[in-house]
Ligand binder design. Sequence first.
Ligand code: ZN
Length: 237
Amino acid sequence: MRSLPDGQKAALTYTFDDGTVDHYKVCAPMLEEYGFRGTFFVLPGLTAKKPQTIHLPSQLGDHKRMERPVMGWDQIRDLNKRGHEIGNHGWDHMRLWQLTDKRVLKRQIGRSAKVIGWETGTKPDSWCWPYYRPGATELGDALVAEHHKIVRRRHPQLSLGDTMSAKRAAGWVDKARHFGGWWIVVVHILGPDGSKQMHQVEEYILKASLKRAWELRKKVWVCTMRQLAPYLSRPLG
Ligand SMILES: [Zn+2]
């Protein structure tokens, strides 16, 4: 990694997966309270004109059902306008490592990127594989490289899941400062609502992380993936 803009030792990116309405209503305003911006990974194929509920049971396989309202394009555009980054998470969260059909892969990766660009007026620079799993063929990587500038892979990553304590969430920011490099926080759905869904995170835990990041802002640069891309020697992983 090249030297960061204000001489910080580490970069920290808050990422939000799957485009649920909670990210718009709760997470983005929370980031903004601290002057931060995040990277929001959306699924164009599951994004409606108006907010709606997505059902991803078959795609989530062994995980529990995920039924949450997703953002509409108006909300996604608003996030973009407020300085957050809209990233591409694929057309509709298919298991891309099982796909070898060129047309389907192109729709899942390339068309998805184009639609985000058309709808928001900003081409997505960032890509994140559904289920964190890359495609089975080189075509997948080639399409990702063609349409994006930076990929979220297995960098030090903290999923603020349901077993996480506020103390651990905050302590993890100290770890980033200590070790340096690029660190990523992953947020899926907010809770609690008693459903114990995977990766569920309570608001106060996200808040604890943001608060610590704010305290350490001279040492840790909180940035979007797009902002970080020019500083990475291998942004596509
Ligand atoms: Zn996802």
